[in-house]
Design a protein around this ligand. Structure first.
Ligand code: ADP
Ligand code: MG
Length: 440
């Protein structure tokens, strides 16, 4: 058996939410990173992936469970573990060389050796000739290479990459990923294990020996897929296509079939998928038409729609939630209701959307109900935000309310005034409400 580099058992982590109560972000996470492997971690945004990486790097402590590096409990930043972040985190006033040397300075390494090792790392990552450049003189892809060089210069045994390719354009991201894989295959780096957090299913399947799918609320490992294929891998080969399909299926698997102890979140505070109405409509229309005719393989739909996984998956989830489509086993199928929607004119579309929203998004129903209780037909958004913040952090609460409002406006369930932050019943209905109040 290969050496276990980082080993997590029953790891848990909570953060304090706005009202002072603890919110569980990770629960019972079991995960081992072994020597010689690349593992990819996929999961919804907010599911705790970055938190997990920070725990593994010893940057923050876990509240529960056991974290070990080479069999020893991890109490602080581990020397053998380096992390690459999505944001480049370079110092703008330092040159490439100085930015890369930073990691070594902290370790008290003498200037001469620092310079030598930084040069080597810079060369390794393909930036020779740019040692004296300032970050602003570099493209995004090159800046990210500096970030990676800064991680590699400490010759880490374990490299944790947190969406390191996500901020780059597709081609630049691909090239950088290929270079990393080449370094890995060539045995030119000290690194013995890599964990990559990614949003991109294709990237995960092309890189990893194992793909882990993370569940949210609280975050934990939901499923795992082993990939026993040599690298470099051809994205168009049938084997890889089949694996990509399989990961889509894992990512969209319904929670119904899972063991109990599912969301501890309050039913009102559902993390609604980040899907705008225009895109939902567009995807439904595309799905209804040839070549799909109501049924598509999600990866194919990604290709056809020119959306990324990160964009399409929330849309698919939203359509499933509202019962316009059913997502299962990596496929998406239009429901009769979805067909009715696509065939309908605008007025009917709004109406169907509103009806589904009230039936399936408890927060929307709650807001609508609360507005109906008010003589004025309007309410400030704050109480709803407060309600969400009992179980979600500030940004997520705001995002969920924003999605609910956007969906509610489209479904003509309520309106929102951007000037004063008041949610109110749609025009017309407001008058009825006032009439009723006067009569009462
Ligand atoms: P991911 O990387 O999967 O998107 P994160 O690990 O960044 O998820 O965050 C998981 C959850 O924990 C989020 O709701 C986030 O807001 C919350 N969180 C992360 N760090 C902190 C912190 N230092 N204090 C409070 N909440 C945090
Ligand atoms: Mg993250």
């Amino acid at each position: 058996m290969s050496l276990q580099l980082v080993d997590l058992k029953n790891v848990g982590k909570s953060f304090l939410s706005a009202d002072g109560t603890a919110r569980s972000v990770l629960e019972d996470v079991d995960f081992t990173l072994n020597e010689g492997e690349i593992v990819a971690l996929l999961g919804q945004s907010g599911s705790g992936k970055s938190t997990l990486l920070r725990i593994m790097a010893g940057l923050i402590p876990a509240d529960a469970g056991d974290v070990r590096y080479r069999g020893q409990p991890l109490y602080g930043p581990a020397r053998g573990i380096a992390m690459v972040f999505q944001s480049f985190a370079l110092f703008p006033w330092l040159t490439v060389q100085q930015n890369v040397e930073l990691g070594l300075e902290a370790r008290g390494i003498a200037a001469e050796e620092r310079a030598e090792r930084a040069e080597k790392a810079i060369e390794l990552i393909g930036l020779s000739g740019f040692e004296g450049a300032l970050p602003r003189e570099l493209s995004g892809g090159m800046r990210q290479r500096v970030g990676i060089a800064r991680a590699l210069v400490v010759e880490p045994e374990v490299l944790l990459m947190d969406e390191a390719f996500s901020a780059l354009d597709v081609l630049t991201g691909e090239r950088l990923r290929e270079d990393i894989l080449e370094l890995w295959q060539g045995g030119n780096m000290s690194t013995k294990a890599i964990l990559v957090v990614s949003h991109n299913i294709e990237e995960a399947v092309l890189m990893a020996d194992r793909v882990l799918v993370f569940a949210s609320d609280p975050g934990r490992v939901r499923s795992e897929l082993k990939i026993d294929l040599p690298r470099p891998r051809d994205v168009n080969s049938p084997a890889i296509r089949a694996l990509i399909d399989e990961v889509y299926a894992l990512m969209t698997a319904s929670r119904d079939g899972l063991p109990a102890a599912e969301p501890a979140a309050k039913p009102l505070a559902i993390r609604l998928p980040e899907a705008d109405v225009i895109s939902m409509e567009g995807v439904l229309e595309m799905l209804a038409e040839a070549p799909f005719n109501g049924h598509a393989d999600l990866p194919q739909l990604v290709e056809e729609s020119e959306l990324t996984d990160e964009e399409l998956l929330p849309i698919a989830k939203a359509l499933h939630m509202l019962e316009f489509a059913v997502v299962a086993h990596g496929d998406i199928q239009l429901t009769p209701l979805g067909r009715h929607y696509v065939d309908g004119h605008n007025a009917l579309r709004h109406e169907l959307f509103g009806q589904q929203l009230l039936a399936h998004v408890p927060l929307a129903a709650h807001i609508r109900h609360s507005l109906e209780q008010e003589a004025s037909g309007e309410l400030p958004e704050e109480p709803f935000l407060r309600l969400l913040r009992e179980s979600l952090d500030k940004d997520e609460a705001e995002r969920v309310l924003q999605v609910t409002i956007e969906w509610g406006r489209y479904g003509e369930v309520f309106e929102y005034n951007y000037n004063n932050g008041l949610i109110h019943l749609p025009e017309g209905e407001e008058d009825e409400q006032e009439d009723a109040a006067e009569k009462a």
